[in-house]
Design a protein around this ligand. Structure first.
Ligand code: ATP
Length: 508
């Protein structure tokens, strides 16, 4: 098994063992691509949500929140283009009977070519050391030039095929590139078909077409249809934003990567309404802001990359993905999209209601343009866990598994441990716990030897443990142990909150 695949499997089983993520309805053998969050998972998820919400709403005076319903009028999805265009091209391998997204098969083929280039670069870097100049190398090494040309050609054809909805062409490209099924190894493919990703259900007791509604595939439309309500009631002038966090549902064709691709998931989206013509400037602004948000969590820069879209969605005039390097490769965690006035204009046409902004300075009315930031909460959760998971061999030769979760979002911030279960130590530890539990999420643990208790906290990513011992009873001091360095210091009880707060409240 490849090393990264191995680590990914370990992360999945760690998530289950330590109460982060469970398969849904597990006692009935689970439900494909649906997951439940356990006690530690829900804390981590809430903390990521809070971090996003604060950075959008609390730190921007001109962004306000919204919580729109999941069910919406069916015409919303007609107007937004989702009924006609929210489709993925699917293809089956006749031998393995496995189903794939045709576009993903081609993207993976391109990734393999990119990997070849990266290998050449790595080798050359090693050979030339300090003197290595990547730009010149890319321009002069024949193997790199050939592979880059292949990538550019495929990308160009691929973008044309997707933009023209040419399913026959996609199938021919898969044949030409000799893409084989990873399971059967054969190239015995079916034709490519379109598959709409929206779940539909019935509202009320009638089950005719007229009562058919969709589970929202994105939260953004709830923002668009409320644009006027929010603008008027919050009296915002352009530019201003509306942010929302909520569930979205997609009947994904292939959902094999744990919580990376789920059929029920959560999005954190912000629509920024701007004057037409200003959208490029705000697109750049939000791209930079969002990258800063990710880096402020302490995840290394080289774990992220930006990927500009060649193939634009039906509503966009510019779009990029912020990709994180998961154990299965660089994949999208967030999209930044310049959505033009597509959605508001469409809703204006379909509803017959004016969705415009009156500019008091120029005395003109117009439909605003929109720049959107859209991040998957579950994907961010997975990115944080993947980045945090470490297996370490300690100086004494023992092993520990530690989740180096950024303290700001760690499920438990501090655990209080009495050294032993007697001599009044548990009572003193409880007294401390009862005092600081109002400041942040704490846990109390008195079971097992102290070393094992530290390991348990390492495994769920608790940044600090404090140990209450006999000296505590004499001078009100405790030992504080930091998760990553395992360094221990003696501090006064009254300083605990300050030390922990400093660590968990970084400023953006
Ligand atoms: P992908 O290309 O991976 O299917 P997308 O481009 O369709 O993603 P968007 O429509 O831009 O995704 O949605 C915004 C964000 O929502 C994504 O960046 C991702 O983090 C999250 N997201 C989308 N689909 C899923 C899913 N099935 N499971 C979990 N998160 C998802």
């Amino acid at each position: 098994m490849a090393k990264n695949e191995d680590i990914f499997k370990k992360i999945i089983s760690h998530c289950k063992e330590y109460g982060f993520v469970y398969p849904s309805s597990e006692i009935y053998d689970g439900l494909a691509a649906v997951y439940d969050y356990g006690p530690n998972g829900v804390e981590l998820k809430n903390n990521i949500r809070d971090y996003w919400w604060k950075s959008m709403i609390q730190h921007h005076e001109n962004i306000v929140g919204l919580d729109a319903a999941i069910f919406m009028h069916p015409t919303v999805w007609k107007a937004s283009g989702h009924v006609d265009a929210f489709k993925d091209p699917l293809i089956d391998n006749k031998d393995s009977k496995k189903r794939y997204r045709a576009d993903v098969l081609i993207e993976e083929h391109i990734s393999k070519l990119e990997e070849k280039i990266n290998k050449e670069i790595k080798k050359a870097k090693k050979r030339f050391g300090e003197k290595f100049d990547e730009k010149t190398f890319r321009e002069t090494n024949q193997r790199v030039i050939d592979n880059q040309k292949k990538i550019d050609d495929i990308n160009k054809r691929f973008a044309d095929l997707i933009n023209n909805n040419d399913l026959q062409g996609l199938r021919s490209l898969i044949d030409e590139l000799q893409i084989a099924c990873p399971v059967s190894g054969s190239r015995n493919w079916t034709d490519v078909r379109q598959f709409n990703l929206m779940f539909s259900t019935q509202m009320g007791s009638l089950s005719d077409d007229a009562s058919s509604i969709y589970l929202r595939p994105e939260t953004a439309q709830g923002i668009f249809v409320n644009y006027l309500n929010v603008q008027k009631t919050s009296r915002k002038k352009l530019p201003f934003g509306i942010a929302q966090i909520g569930k979205a549902f997609r009947n994904e064709i292939v959902a094999r990567q744990f919580i990376f691709r789920m059929r029920e998931f959560e999005q954190m989206e912000m629509q920024y309404f701007v004057k037409p013509g200003d959208e490029k400037e705000w697109y750049e602004y939000w791209k930079n802001q969002r990258v800063r948000w990710h880096l402020a969590l302490g995840i290394p820069n080289d774990k992220f990359r930006l990927h500009d879209h060649d193939k634009l969605a039906h509503y966009a005039n510019a779009a990029l993905d912020i990709e994180y390097e998961f154990p299965f490769g660089f994949k999208e965690v967030e999209g930044v999209h310049s959505r033009t006035d597509y959605d508001l204009s469409a809703h204006q046409n379909f509803s017959g209601k004016k969705l415009q902004y009156y500019d008091p300075d120029t005395r003109e009315s117009f439909v605003p343009y929109v720049v959107e930031t859209s991040i998957g909460l579950d994907r961010m959760f997975l990115a944080i866990l993947a980045n945090s998971y470490c297996e370490e061999t300690l100086e004494d030769g023992s092993q520990r598994t530690v989740l180096k979760i950024p303290p700001l979002v760690a499920p438990i911030k501090l655990t209080v441990l009495p050294l032993t279960k007697k001599d009044g130590l548990p009572e003193k530890a409880r007294e401390i716990m009862d005092n600081i539990k109002y400041d942040f999420m704490c846990q109390y643990d008195e079971k097992d030897a102290i070393g094992r208790r530290y390991r348990r906290q390492d495994a769920i990513g608790t940044p600090y443990c404090i140990t209450v011992d006999h000296q505590t009873l004499e001078d009100n001091s405790v030992t504080i142990r930091e998760r990553d360095s395992m360094q221990q210091d003696r501090i006064k009880i009254e300083n605990i909150s300050e030390i922990v707060n400093k660590k968990i409240n970084p400023r953006l």
